[in-house]
Write a protein that binds this ligand. Structure first.
Ligand code: ATP
Ligand code: MG
Length: 437
């Protein structure tokens, strides 16, 4: 009997709003995704980097940009109780990667190709495809200035989508040129928006001074028409920028990647230059951007490093997995090779040892677990075994054990054949099996 320790029922606790549990069997989709990423990154010679989840707040104020949505309203910032340091849960990982590259002088002997996967935190209104803790995969190529790296990174994302079996993902590209070209464009943009001031909403009024480029990003339907007529950055690009952009387009096409130019694809920060791109789907409603990236040649300097050209992207893993589900791509669910049936707890000493031998030989085995009342009926144990998808059951019955054997029963071939096996030769037997796991 269980003793009552208290008469008070404690309140149930729930996860923080917008932060999700990832549970089996769905978690298998995540494993499959991560496995595909690791294989592909190795083929492209990108190496993993892991940086802290907490960074100094100043890193994002400078590296993400003071006038971005992220820094203006989405960061989880707090003061370290012990020393008063201003800290933030990372809302993105590019600033962290660049900080680490500067701190450890990663590009001293040439470029570095890096990738990361992990949780990011943004205080947004939770909805489908938009969470407060979400996961990003990111790839960054540090120390490379040529358009071929912009394209290599886009190919990487493109190949990842196809290796996962995703369909209907389109690529949009644009060029932001260099700082002087953007300044000229900015001046033209401000003049244009001032002419249409009566159409600007409050957000846009504010951005007119701080970051007019971001007005182009507006989601306000009442402003779409006016914004679509605004001067385009592309018409301010000089020869060098145009050549870079042309190379990107030509190389992409040569590799079979379809693209369209979206002149309104912008990043309103000065350290961005040349190529920007997004991979999008129309099948996820408003949260259709799967991956966004671009060249950020000025970021190293903003973070106190030496001038270092760089390019990278970030991908929302939840959105990719959601699209896979939407398109009916089934995850291969994890199963086990064998289920160990334990008719009586007295069998555990021998059974657990034999199961270990099998596991070490590469067989996945799920062991039946008992309760205070006992091991449960054979019928209920077989039902469990069946539900795991195991190929065969290992029955550790007293009679078999007395003979130094275990009964092996096939669960999947319909005949339910069973055969005793010697416990001394389990490892040899395991090597003859066709395992699925
Ligand atoms: P959006 O316009 O959708 O807010 P963003 O410009 O803020 O995107 P980035 O900072 O470029 O996004 O991040 C790269 C990718 O990370 C996005 O394309 C998206 O797939 C994903 N992402 C961004 N914010 C979230 C979030 N709150 N929840 C889930 N995924 C997200
Ligand atoms: Mg956002």
């Amino acid at each position: 009997m269980v003793e009552k320790t208290s008469t008070r029922t404690l309140e149930k606790l729930a996860a923080v709003k917008g932060m999700n549990d990832i549970l089996p069997p769905d978690s298998a989709r995540w494993d499959n995704f991560e496995a595909a990423v690791k294989t592909l990154m190795a083929r492209y010679a990108y190496r993993p980097i892991r940086t802290p989840i907490v960074e100094p707040t100043a890193l994002f104020v400078r590296g993400t940009g003071e006038t971005t949505d992220i820094v203006e309203k989405e960061m989880y910032s707090f003061e370290d109780k012990l020393n008063g340091e201003a800290l933030t849960l990372r809302p993105e990982n590019t600033p962290g990667v660049v900080r680490a590259a500067i701190e450890h002088n990663l590009t001293y002997d040439g470029g570095k190709r890096l990738y990361y996967m992990g949780p990011m935190f943004r205080h947004e209104r939770p909805q489908r495809g938009r969470y407060r803790q979400f996961y990003q995969l990111g790839a960054e190529a540090l120390g490379f200035s040529g358009p071929e790296l912009d394209v290599e990174l886009m190919l990487l994302a493109h190949d990842l989508f196809s290796s996962l079996g995703l369909r209907n993902v389109r690529a949009e590209i644009n060029s932001l040129g260099v700082a002087s070209e953007r300044r000229a464009h900015r001046a033209a943009l401000v003049t244009y928006f001032e002419k249409h001031k009566q159409l600007l909403d409050a957000d846009a009024q504010r951005r007119l001074q701080s970051n007019p480029l971001r007005i182009l990003d507006t989601k306000n339907p009442a402003m779409q028409e006016m914004v679509s007529q605004a001067p385009q950055l592309l018409s301010f690009l000089g020869d060098v920028s145009l050549r870079h952009f042309e190379s990107v387009k030509r190389l992409l096409s040569g590799c079979g990647v379809e693209w369209t130019v979206n002149p309104r694809l912008v990043r309103g920060l000065d350290y961005y230059s040349h190529t920007v791109f997004e991979f999008l789907t129309s099948e996820l409603g408003a949260q259709g951007t799967l991956c966004g990236g671009g060249r950020y040649d000025g970021l190293f300097e903003v973070l106190g490093g030496k001038p270092t050209p760089a390019v990278g992207w970030g991908m929302g893993i939840e959105r990719v997995l959601e699209l896979l589900k939407e398109q009916g791509t089934n995850a291969s669910l994890p199963t086990v090779d064998a289920y160990a049936i334990i008719p009586d707890a007295a069998a555990f000493p021998v059974a657990m040892h034999s199961i270990q031998v099998l596991r070490r030989a590469g067989v996945s085995v799920q062991m039946h677990a008992g309760t205070a009342e006992g091991m449960g009926s054979m019928k209920s144990q077989f039902k469990r075994a069946d539900s795991t998808g195991a190929q065969f059951a290992l029955i550790f019955g007293a009679d078999e054990l007395a003979n130094g054997q275990v009964m092996v029963k096939s669960l999947r071939d319909g005949r339910g054949e069973q055969q005793p096996r010697s416990l001394d030769t389990m490892a040899q037997w395991a090597s003859t099996l066709q395992l699925r796991t």
